[in-house]
Design a protein around this ligand. Structure first.
Ligand code: UDP
Length: 491
């Protein structure tokens, strides 16, 4: 019912600090840890969630746990499970309701199940919990277990909610009503952005932004030859030279005009290393705004600029290409929504003018190796002159963070998570209406008109990501938050 997750060896703070630009953030984390470390002596901090693999939380926890350990906060990661088959469908329903979707009536009938499983999990967990330990419970699945443990043992307990919607409707209200008694015993809650804190929790909420790991395969620097190898091995680029490494077992596939897939070099090489390439990487989700972005790009290619473009601006526009990339269809077979979104996008692609079609690449990235997938995303984002995230709604938008960290100017929509990251006219541009292709075309045009400004925005974006959205800042905030909870206990 409760499994401890082993964490593979990861970079140490010394490893991070060998990169000059990471040193200030590493130092700041060390200073904070020095200041508060003694409060954590003799305690274990328990991070609890419901899966060791898949999803953003499971992706982020290994780095968080390993850095907390390194700075002297003993931390364990535990994953809950249950044989009661209706439990995770119930928590999935709650998850969807918190996002404003689904039928709110079904959860009330299942209060008993949620209470039973929460008690069973607490029974299983209790023996592991030392008298001075601290609980950090992620998302609704283990929330109830933590509440039971808190009530039984008085353990300091924090609930970390990774889910967010910035408006209320009947669905969110029903979900928060359901969760309320289980949240009540906790000392503190943590949300990703202020907009996601429900009114009833305003006096007990801390904000900790999501963060990226600058040495992960998705974000680490790529030396020039490594980058080109990735492009060649993933069949994104043709090379006339003998390859250093064999091609990846599964390579990138590109949507063709007839609806089939072929290597990304067909009908012709994309030229991602040579042409002004505009890149968006996302799941195939309607809310990611792929379709209006593609239409915006198509209109950009056709539009005239009042007053005339400079020859360089015009040339940049003529040569520009749009890359829309997401996970391979085989990996989304059990996701009918993603399939449907992809089919709609395929139809829209097929309707593009053949000349525009040639300049748009809809790419399926292989998912058999998550590391290779991450390296491909990394390489694509590094080849981009503009990284786009045109989401209709966005919880945070790590793809924007990833682009910012890589020093790319960002074209983002005004969705809450993106608004929190990308400053209009400082880190890039924000379109007000993600579904307005004309606004997208105009904004892209303006960005393509001024390479120097874009370079300055990329620079600002990188600094902002370095200061605010790297994992060191996240760990620092966790130490401060947990310290405050422990202080409250002893007060
Ligand atoms: N991503 C990926 N491969 C893909 C598509 C997406 O690795 O084929 C990653 C992307 O780089 C980012 C994450 O999935 O790290 C998506 O996080 P984000 O916060 O942007 O959106 P979410 O998918 O959580 O709504």
């Amino acid at each position: 019912m409760i499994d401890l997750v082993d964490i593979d060896a990861r970079p140490t703070l010394d490893d991070y600090a060998t990169y000059l630009h990471l040193r200030p953030a590493v130092e700041q984390l060390r200073e904070t840890a020095d200041q508060y470390r003694s409060a954590f002596e003799g305690r274990t901090v328990w991070m609890v969630n419901s899966t060791a693999e898949g999803g953003g939380v499971a992706e982020m926890l290994p780095t968080l746990v390993s850095l907390l350990r390194e700075v002297g906060v003993a931390t364990e990661w535990a994953v809950i499970g249950t044989e009661r088959e209706a439990f995770f469908p119930l928590t999935k329903t709650i998850h969807n309701l918190l996002h404003g979707a689904g039928d709110p009536s079904v959860i009330d009938e299942q209060e008993g199940l949620y209470a039973t499983v929460s008690r069973e999990l607490a029974d299983a967990f209790e023996e592991r919990l030392g008298p001075d330990d601290v609980l950090v419970v992620h998302d609704p699945q283990p929330l109830g277990m933590g509440a039971v443990l808190k009530e039984r043992t008085g353990v300091p307990a924090v609930w970390r909610c990774h889910i967010g919607l910035d408006y209320d409707n009947a669905q969110t209200k029903a979900a928060w009503d359901f969760l309320q008694p289980w949240i009540a015993p906790y000392d503190q809650t943590v949300f990703s952005l202020p907009n996601y804190v429900p009114d009833r929790l305003k006096d007990r909420a801390t904000i900790i932004n999501p963060a990226i790991d600058p040495l992960s395969p998705k974000n680490r620097d790529l030396a020039l030859q490594e980058l080109t190898s990735i492009l060649v091995d993933a069949a994104l680029t043709a090379s006339i030279h003998p390859p250093l490494t064999p091609p990846y077992e599964a390579v990138v596939k590109r949507l063709q005009a007839n609806g089939d897939f072929a290597p990304a070099t067909q009908p012709e090489d994309l030229g991602v290393m040579f042409r002004p390439t505009i890149v968006q990487v996302s799941r195939w989700d309607e809310l990611k705004g792929f379709a209006p972005l593609m239409e915006g790009f198509a209109r950009l290619k056709k539009r005239r600029w009042n007053g005339g473009r400079s020859p360089l601006h015009q040339r940049r526009l003529d040569l520009s290409r749009l890359v829309l990339a997401g996970p391979d269809p085989a990996s989304i077979q059990d996701d009918p929504e993603a399939q449907a979104v992809f089919e709609d996008l395929t139809r829209a692609y097929q309707q593009l003018h053949p000349q525009v079609q040639r300049d748009v690449a809809v790419l399926m990235l292989p998912m058999d190796s998550l590391e290779k997938n991450a390296l491909i995303v990394n390489a694509l984002q590094r080849c981009a002159i503009i990284v786009v995230q045109n989401s209709l709604q966005e919880g945070f938008g790590l793809t924007a963070t990833e682009g910012m960290w890589k020093g790319r100017p960002i074209l983002a929509s005004d969705a809450v998570g993106l608004r929190a990251q990308v400053r209009e006219g400082t880190d890039g541009r924000r379109v007000r209406e993600a579904e307005d292709p004309d606004e997208i075309a105009q904004t892209l045009d303006e960005m393509l008109s001024d390479a120097e400004l874009c370079e300055a925005w990329g620079h600002n974006a990188r600094n902002r990501a370095a200061e605010r959205f790297l994992v060191f800042e996240q760990v620092r905030q966790w130490i401060q938050t947990l310290y405050a909870v422990l202080e409250q206990e002893t007060a």
